[in-house]
Design a protein around this ligand. Structure first.
Ligand code: PMV
Length: 333
């Protein structure tokens, strides 16, 4: 292992990543089919890395602002014997893989993260934590970090978390624009869509590992109906990207709602998520669906910008714990 002091280039390293929402293609992405996902620049993770033995120098304590973050703050070292669990675990695995790559002792670096992404809601919390943490470590060590390498390191953590991660989360939490994710590669999508997305938290945590298992009972079988379902899902995703690229909000919304029906058939929706989807559609949304693995977590609705407040209010009335509205036009152009 290389001596840490010889490689040190900063007193602290900092890193950033954002959340993501899958528009269509969750679960089928695990079987190699394409998925469309968008970055959520309003939901962010900031990480600070420092050498473990060092205390922050006076006046440079960048910890202070991140400790105010809303959903999660944590500090971890990357000792392989440290059996930290839950949201910390995947990021710690990713950081450990990064340190191994750069030949730095696993216990010589400590990472602190603050996140405004609610965990276990299908919004990319664990992937964003891992990405921000690895970026902070790279910054601390003065290592350059290509997106492909970062993607692979984040994937190490995601694989540990649920065994069959497609990579769509890892790709989107570091992407500046919507992505078409297929065969391990994220392709940027150019779109002039002028619409708003309303995200709603069902108030119940999802469970990706369990949901992937539930879906596998259907999609992983060798039966003809599994092949038929996958073909139908792929067709929906193709139509959705065509609509997104053409800026056709109503057509995209229809495909999203169809994909929700597909996910419902797989058994990964819940009564709460179905209720929220129905409420959004009744309030005039172009389309609505659960997002992420399901069995809890969030749903999203696509709507005209001037109808977003009505959709958001309808979702709150239908029991959403919290909603976020994202204008799509600003960053899709
Ligand atoms: O709920 P999340 O954000 O972990 O999303 C999982 C998406 C799945 O398609 C269910 C799994 C995957 O790795 O693609």
């Amino acid at each position: 292992m290389t001596s840490t002091s010889a490689r040190q280039s900063c007193v602290v390293g900092t890193g950033h990543a954002h959340g993501k929402a899958t528009l269509v293609g969750e679960h089928t992405a695990v079987y190699g089919l394409p998925a469309i996902a968008i970055p959520l620049p309003g939901l962010t993770v900031d990480a600070v890395a420092r050498f473990a033995a060092e205390s922050p120098p006076p006046g440079r304590n960048t910890m202070r602002h991140i400790l105010d973050r809303e959903y999660l703050t944590c500090r971890f070292t990357c000792d392989p014997d440290d059996s930290t669990t839950g949201v910390q675990f995947g990021p710690a695995i990713a950081v450990r893989a990064a340190l191994r790559r750069w030949m730095i002792d696993h216990d010589s670096v400590e990472v602190s993260v603050g996140s405004s992404i609610p965990p276990a809601r299908g919004l990319g919390s664990s992937a964003a934590l891992a990405a921000a943490a690895v970026r902070a470590v790279a910054n601390l060590l003065g290592e350059s970090l290509e997106d492909r390498v970062l993607f692979e390191l984040v994937q190490c953590g995601k694989q540990v978390a649920h065994g069959r991660a497609s990579g769509v989360d890892a790709a989107t939490v570091i992407a500046p624009e919507p992505v078409w994710f297929e065969a391990d590669i994220a392709h940027p999508i150019v779109s002039g869509l002028d619409a708003a997305l309303v995200l709603a938290d069902s108030g119940v945590g999802g469970n990706t590992r369990q949901a992937v298992e539930v879906a596998r009972n259907v999609l992983g079988s060798r039966r003809a109906d599994a092949r038929g379902l996958l073909a139908k899902a792929a067709a929906i995703t193709e139509c959705a990207v065509t609509a997104l690229e053409a800026g056709q909000a109503a057509a995209l919304g229809c495909q999203m709602t169809e994909f929700h029906a597909f996910l419902h058939k797989l058994g990964v929706s819940t009564a709460r998520l179905d209720r929220l989807v129905s409420a959004a559609l009744r309030a005039g949304a172009h389309g609505a669906k659960l997002t992420g693995a399901g069995l809890g977590g969030c749903m999203l609705a696509l709507t005209e910008p001037d109808n977003a407040a009505a959709v958001s209010a309808a979702l709150a009335d239908a029991g959403a714990q919290r909603t976020w509205t994202l204008p799509l036009g600003g960053w899709l152009r």
